[in-house]
Design a protein around this ligand. Structure first.
Ligand SMILES: Cc1ncc(COP(=O)(O)O)c(C=O)c1O
Length: 433
């Protein structure tokens, strides 16, 4: 496959858009940022007329595949009736009711647009409710690009702070330095480090925020670690926030919290909730929201709860909840087939490969590590080789992310999976030579 037209369009875009892209994540695309004309089911069609089997899925939202019919129809209906009211409408309540029904911690809801914004709302709610400032987060977890949460995957030569602890390292130039004062960082899955962080800072922690499965590396927590986290938050009156922007709906309607049976106080949701429309939410315990609807608190946003987004969210959640649609069964079947096939290919290959994760979301990484459980494991991934793999795979019609996190949708068929496995096997053979 060739990408000449994409390259021409990128050159034109670059003269008016910084780098030709509107999210720096897209700069990682191989062989260069591509231009797409349309998308349908599991496929993307680019400006050169290539068809790619897509495992990026809009970076997560397209759990039902691209352009799911029910969602498109619901949005069309909404387009015919009204776009934005700066006022309430029934769909907001209906979607909130669905979240309260399905997400274990959800008693009350506030909608925003993006995951980044909903994380900021969750942090503000936690700080307001607790009267404290500090937040503990985990190294390698991504919570959006806002100054207060954007920290690099940094592996220090020596552990600092509390033995197993770390200091936050800004991930971008231009970040506000002063914010680091209120951030503590710990290592995912490190029981001792967590105990130690709480014994030093528990009394001043407004919140702990974590992805219940660290998406970079697809590193699940040990049950013991997650339960310890819940217990320490309880004992120190610290608000436990799960950032389920990736795991929400992808790991079942109740998200990872229902899989692990550990219920946080607040949860941030986004991505798959609205199949490509910008909708996010913070949901959680009623008592934490007590101060939210008061004059002293600000949560705002011109587009929050927009009719189009809510129409998309209602249709998406309704489809996910309908057993006759069999969304989760299909993903389980195709995702397991892909995982199984990749495991077999990894065994046959002489390259140091790690396949880790779940049918709906996993990584294929180049590393000698047997498993990734924390950011130290993440740091062993050979990202250059991952780039070469992605470049080869895209050239043969399969689009993984540059970092090799794979997402499945309900639209991928068994034949898409078999095609993908063939491309992966050939690609790895090329890399070996
Ligand atoms: C776990 C997690 N939290 C938050 C975000 C930020 O979401 P958004 O890109 O919608 O701002 C992301 C985005 O990838 C994410 O993966």
């Amino acid at each position: 496959m060739r990408f000449d037209e994409s390259r021409r369009l990128l050159a034109r875009a670059t003269s008016v858009i910084a780098g030709g892209v509107n999210s720096n994540v897209r700069l990682r695309e191989q062989p260069h940022p591509l231009f797409f004309e349309s998308a349908d089911g599991p496929y993307l069609f680019d400006a050169d007329g290539n068809r790619l089997v897509d495992y990026v899925l809009g970076n997560g939202p397209m759990l039902l595949g691209h352009r799911p019919r029910a969602v498109v129809e619901a949005v069309k209906q909404q387009l015919a009736t009204g776009l934005l009211y700066a006022g309430q409408h029934r769909l907001e309540t209906e979607v909130a009711e669905l979240l309260v029904q399905h997400v274990p911690c959800a008693e009350l809801v506030r909608f925003s647009q993006t995951g980044t914004e909903a994380v900021l709302a969750a942090l503000r709610i936690a700080r307001a409710a607790s009267g404290r400032q500090k937040v503990l987060k985990f190294q390698g977890h991504y919570h959006g690009w806002a100054d207060s949460m954007h920290h690099a995957l940094a592996v220090p030569s020596e552990d600092t702070a509390y033995g197993h602890g770390l200091t936050p390292v800004e991930a971008s130039v231009g970040q506000q330095h002063a914010i680091a004062r209120d951030i503590e960082v710990a290592t995912w899955n490190d029981l001792e480090g967590l105990r130690s962080a709480f014994s030093q800072h528990g009394h001043e922690l407004a919140a702990v925020i974590a992805e219940p499965i660290m998406a970079h590396g697809c590193a699940a927590p040990s049950q013991e670690f997650l339960e310890l986290l819940r217990d320490l938050c309880n004992r120190h009156s610290t608000v436990l926030i799960f950032d389920e922007v990736i795991t929400g709906f992808r790991f079942g309607l109740g998200g990872a919290q229902s899989v692990f049976r550990v219920t946080p106080d607040l949860t941030v949701l986004g991505k798959a909730m609205a199949s490509g429309f910008p909708v996010s939410a913070v949901v959680g315990r009623r008592a934490l929201f007590d101060g939210v609807a008061t004059a002293g608190f600000t949560h705002a946003g011109t587009y929050n709860g927009s009719p189009l987004g809510m129409a998309a969210a209602k249709a998406s959640l309704t489809m996910l909840a309908d057993p006759s649609e069999g969304v989760y069964d299909r993903i389980e079947e195709t995702g397991s087939r892909l995982l199984r096939g990749l495991h077999e290919i990894a065994i046959r290959s002489s390259l140091p490969l790690l396949v880790q994760g779940f049918p709906s979301f996993f990584i294929l990484g180049f590393t000698n590590a047997n498993a990734i459980v924390d950011h130290y494991g993440l740091a062993t991934l050979d990202l250059n080789r991952a780039k070469t793999f992605a470049r080869e795979a895209v050239t043969h019609g399969v689009r993984p992310t540059g970092r090799l996190g794979w997402m499945l949708s309900a639209a991928h068929s068994v034949s898409d999976i078999d095609f993908t496995l063939e491309v992966c096997e050939n690609t790895l053979r090329t890399l070996q030579n």
